[in-house]
Design a binder for this molecule. Structure first.
Ligand SMILES: *Cc1c(COP(=O)(O)O)cnc(C)c1O
Length: 390
C-alpha cells in the first residue's frame, strides 16, 4: 500500500483535532482507526509479541490512537487515556507517597475532592484546599512536604479562574508538580502545558467526547520522567478505557474546535440575557465584563467556554426552574452537544461538606448550565418560560 509521507509542518488546532491520532490502517486503509476489540494478541514466537502488543490492559491500538490525539491537542509529548477522569486523578495521586502534601483549589469538582479526602488522606497524603484565585494564599499554604499543586480553571461551578502563568512560575521556582484539570476549558480554549504546567488532566466524558455517550479520562505531559511513571501506573493498576469508548472519544475530538466555538457563543449570549434580567441576583460567567477576573479570562483563554452558573436567590425557585425547563435536561455531567441544567448543591457537589460549599458561595439556590450547541435563542426562550412567575 502506498501513502504520502505524513505532513511534517506544524498545524493549527482545528486541523490537529481532525487529523491527530489515527495512523493508516495497514489492512484496508480505513480512514477511521478500527476498534480493536480484543484482550490479547498472538505472539510470533516465544518471547516475541507481534509489533510489541501482548495484552490489551498494557496496549491497544485504538486507545493509542486516542492517546496520540490527546497529546497533540494539549501540545504535549505523551498522552494517556483512562477509564474516567477520576481514574486519571487516581493515577496522579499515586505519584505521591505517605507524608507528601498537596495544595488544591477549594472549589474542585466534587469527586476530585472526595478522592483526595476520603481515599488518599487515609493513606497518609495531606491536602489543603485554598482559594487559588489568590496567588498569595498559595504561597502561604506551601510546606516543606508539599509536592503537588492541583488547579481547576475555570472552577466548577463558581467559574473562578486561576492565573496559570503565575502559579506555574511559583511551582517551577519551588520544584512542585503543577497539575491542571483542563476539562472545562479544553485545549481549544486554554493549553496549560504552554504556561508551564507539568500535567494536564481531563474528564474526556465531557467536552472532548462531547456527545454524552461514554466515560473516560486523560493525562498529558511533556516530561519523560512523569510519562514513564504514569505509563507504569496505567498498566499496573489498569484503569484503562475499552477500545469502543476510546474510539468514541477520538471521533468526538474531530469536531471539538467547532463545538467549543458554538458552546462559547451560546453561553455568552445566554449569560448576557440572564444578567440583563432584574430578577436574577447574579450570573457567574468569565465572558461577562462583570466577572471579577474578566481581564484574566481574556488573557488566558481563547473564549470563555460553555459553562455558567446562576444565583437565583431562593431554593424553591431553583427547584422550579430546573424542573420546568424543557430543552435543558436536568442531569449531572456537562460538555455534550445538548444543553444540561444542574443543581450543584444536591447533585455534583453533594459530597462537598456544607461549610466548604458555603465558603465558596455555592448556595442551595445556585443552578449550573452546560450550554449545548442548539440555537441560543431557543435556549433563552426555554429559560424564559421556566423563570416566568417564579
Ligand atoms: C467530570 C469531571 C471530573 C471527573 O471525571 P469522570 O470522567 O466523571 O470521572 C473531573 N474534573 C472535572 C472538572 C469534571 O467535570
Amino acid at each position: 500500500m502506498t501513502r504520502l509521507d505524513p505532513d511534517p509542518r506544524p498545524h493549527r488546532l482545528a486541523t490537529v483535532a481532525v487529523h491527530a491520532g489515527p495512523e493508516p490502517d495497514p489492512v484496508a486503509g480505513a480512514v477511521m482507526p478500527p476498534i480493536y476489540q480484543t484482550s490479547t494478541y498472538i505472539q510470533d514466537a516465544l518471547g516475541q509479541p507481534h509489533n510489541g502488543y501482548e495484552y490489551a490492559r498494557t496496549r491497544n491500538p485504538t486507545r493509542e490512537a486516542l492517546e496520540r490525539a490527546l497529546a497533540a491537542l494539549e501540545g504535549g509529548s505523551h498522552g494517556f487515556a483512562f477509564a474516567s477522569g477520576l481514574a486519571a486523578l487516581d493515577t496522579v495521586l499515586k505519584l505521591l507517597k505517605a507524608g507528601d502534601h498537596v495544595v488544591a483549589g477549594a472549589n474542585l469538582y466534587g469527586g476530585s475532592h472526595r478522592l483526595m479526602e476520603q481515599v488518599f488522606r487515609p493513606f497518609g497524603v495531606a491536602f489543603d484546599f485554598i482559594e487559588m484565585a489568590d496567588a498569595s494564599a498559595l504561597e502561604g499554604a506551601l510546606r516543606p512536604e508539599t509536592r503537588l499543586v492541583y488547579v481547576e480553571t475555570p472552577t466548577n461551578p463558581m467559574m473562578q479562574l486561576t492565573d496559570l502563568q503565575s502559579v506555574a512560575d511559583l511551582c517551577q521556582a519551588r520544584g512542585l508538580l503543577l497539575v491542571v484539570d483542563n476539562t472545562f476549558a479544553t485545549p481549544v480554549l486554554q493549553r496549560p502545558l504552554e504556561f508551564g504546567a507539568d500535567l494536564v488532566l481531563h474528564s474526556t466524558t465531557k467536552y472532548l467526547n462531547g456527545h454524552s455517550d461514554m466515560v473516560g479520562g486523560a493525562l498529558v505531559t511533556s516530561r519523560d520522567d512523569l510519562a514513564e511513571r504514569i505509563g507504569f501506573l496505567q498498566n499496573a493498576a489498569g484503569g484503562v478505557p475499552g477500545p469502543f469508548d476510546s474510539w468514541l472519544a477520538l471521533r468526538g475530538i474531530k469536531t471539538l474546535t467547532l463545538r467549543m466555538r458554538q458552546h462559547s457563543a451560546g453561553a455568552q449570549q445566554i449569560a448576557a440575557w440572564l444578567e440583563g434580567r432584574r430578577d436574577i441576583p447574579r450570573v457567574y460567567y468569565p465572558g461577562l465584563a462583570s466577572h471579577p477576573q474578566h481581564a484574566l479570562a481574556t488573557r488566558q483563554m481563547a473564549a470563555p467556554g460553555g459553562m455558567l452558573s446562576v444565583e437565583l436567590g431562593d431554593v424553591e425557585r431553583a427547584r422550579r426552574v430546573v424542573e420546568r425547563v424543557r430543552l435543558f435536561a436536568l442531569a449531572e455531567s456537562l460538555g455534550g452537544v445538548e444543553s444540561l441544567i444542574g443543581h450543584p448543591a444536591s447533585m455534583t457537589h453533594a459530597s462537598v461538606p456544607l461549610p466548604m460549599r458555603q465558603a465558596m458561595g455555592l448556595t442551595d439556590s445556585l443552578i449550573r448550565l452546560s450550554v449545548g450547541i442548539e440555537d441560543p435563542d431557543d435556549l433563552i426562550e426555554d429559560l424564559d418560560q421556566a423563570l416566568a412567575g417564579t
